[in-house]
Design a protein around this ligand. Structure first.
Ligand code: UD1
Ligand code: CA
Length: 457
């Protein structure tokens, strides 16, 4: 199969230096959505992208993704038919061609599969939609037998034709040999002086090719984006769809209108998610997890029955079962929190392993540390992991107790069962089972508090 993705338009109404198709929906450029959908549609599909405005930025994006695509340049945008004309040399004549758009990001695999089935054996398949307000779209013209015989653009339509509510979504599939023939016959004799892709429908009808239509399963699949307002609107519609999918899977959302999913989100059963949470990248949440309000979770895995409390920020982290994180915790990349461990408020953990049942409950920085099981880290503990040039590791073995306000100057090791007195600055290893403390001796002297100066008035 051949696939053509039209993406040469400027997107003037976006008012942006960024090409329209690189504006993001659910955290991913619109063009990325289309390309990802094609990956699901079939392995080894190599779409041909028609690029024009902002082509270097789009090519940069394609390089990043390492997609195998071919590129046809359309230097001047003379219409959708002219855009497809540029792609023709890339298309294998013996296969079907599917035409998609870089600014119609949410087309779904199922709809495309059905459309392609309709286009089998040389038929012409058009994805159409019935809209209450069809203004601006090309209208589907049918004869008395309700066969499609043409598409008329808004600007060329008679007032009668403007009453038609069935519109052209632009997405079509047909035999490539025919497509090549028809595209080369297009003329720009219309209100806009453009080469209309839609004019090939008349040619198909004349050739006696059966023309079949299909509606998408969801209206959002065929929504195109021309402005930031439309993009924002489509984002809400898509988020609502994702939220409904989660609800149907058995996830509790305290408000399905207040969750944002920007990536691949996998959720077990009986998960509860409070309002205002954002999930980015690859996130996996196991059964029975509860997530408090306003959490940000990116590229992380949460084990079953764990609790992530309000305002926590997790990135590149793994939390095992029955752990408690937050409120106000920050887990940075490279963090592994084992079963039943607790990370409390205003605690930052980076590139560290916190063992089973260990607790870091208040106001601490744990960076580049390996912490064993059942360790208790007191409030205000800091791993001094950075000497200004290099990072060093801190090791705290099982059952150690770190008193509050301790600084662990890495590299340093606290042995099994050791106790570190509050306020210690640990610069050498602390032996197992002993109390280690570095603290100025406490003393008390007689002391007269200064008196406030008496003012003159
Ligand atoms: C087109 C259809 C119309 C349909 C509507 C659906 C034609 C003539 N009309 O109209 O029937 O209802 O889409 O949204 O096809 N593009 C290029 N190069 C060009 C022109 C366009 O790459 O020279 C790309 C644009 O970037 C855009 C897409 O094609 O992604 C559609 O172009 P646009 O000008 O928006 O077409 P419409 O007038 O909306
Ligand atoms: Ca459009």
């Amino acid at each position: 199969m051949n696939i053509v993705i039209l993406a040469a338009g400027q997107g003037k109404r976006m008012n942006s230096a960024l090409p329209k198709v690189l504006h993001t929906l659910a955290g991913k450029p619109m063009l990325g959505h289309v390309l990802d959908t094609l990956k699901i549609l079939g392995r080894g599909l190599h779409p041909c992208l028609v690029l024009g405005h902002g082509q270097s930025a789009v090519k940069g994006f394609l390089d990043q993704r390492q997609d195998v695509v071919s590129i046809a340049l359309q230097e001047e945008q003379k219409g959708t038919g002219h855009a497809v004309l540029q792609a023709l040399p890339h298309l294998n004549s013996s296969e079907t061609t599917l035409i998609l758009y870089g600014d119609v990001p949410l087309i779904q695999v199922q709809t495309l599969e059905t459309l392609l089935k309709l286009a089998q054996n040389g038929a012409f398949a058009i994805l159409t939609q019935v809209r209450q307000d069809p203004t601006g779209y090309g209208r589907i013209i049918r004869n008395l037998d309700s066969e499609v015989v043409g598409i008329v653009e808004e600007k060329d339509a008679s007032s009668e034709q403007k009453q038609i509510t069935e519109i052209n979504t632009g997405i079509i599939a047909c035999a490539t040999e025919d497509l090549k023939k028809w595209i080369q016959q297009l003329q720009p004799n219309n209100a806009q002086g453009e080469y209309y892709l839609t004019d090939i429908v008349v040619l198909a009808a004349k050739d006696g090719v059966p023309i079949r239509t299909l509606h998408p399963q969801f209206a959002f699949e065929v929504e195109g984006v021309n402005s930031r307002a439309q993009l924002a609107q489509l984002e809400r519609v898509w988020q609502e769809h994702l939220a409904q999918t989660l609800l149907a899977q058995g996830v509790t959302l305290l408000d399905p209108a207040r969750i944002d999913i920007r990536g691949h989100f996998q959720c077990g059963s009986d998960v509860t998610i409070d309002i205002g949470c954002i999930f980015e990248g690859e996130v996996e949440i196991a059964a029975g997890v509860s997530i408090g309000p306003y959490c940000f979770i990116k590229d992380s895995k949460i084990g079953s029955q764990s609790q992530i409390k309000a305002f926590s920020h997790l990135e590149g982290s793994v939390v095992k079962e029955m752990a408690i994180i937050g409120p106000y915790a920050r887990l940075r990349p490279g963090t592994l929190i084992e079963r039943q461990a607790h990370v409390g408020n205003f605690v930052e953990v980076k590139n560290s392993h916190i063992g089973q049942g260990s607790k870091v409950n208040h106001l601490s920085y744990v960076g580049d540390a390996d912490i064993g099981q059942r360790v208790n880290i007191g409030a205000g503990t800091i791993t001094c992991n950075y000497d200004g040039v290099n990072k060093h590791r801190t090791t705290i073995e099982d059952d150690a107790f770190i008193g509050s306000d301790t600084q662990l100057v890495a590299p340093v090791t606290v042995g099994k069962g050791a106790t570190i007195g509050a306020g210690t600055t640990l610069t050498k290893d602390a032996p197992a089972e002993k109390l280690t403390i570095s603290r100025a001796k406490q003393l008390s002297v007689d002391w007269q508090r200064p008196q406030k100066n008496k003012s003159k008035d």
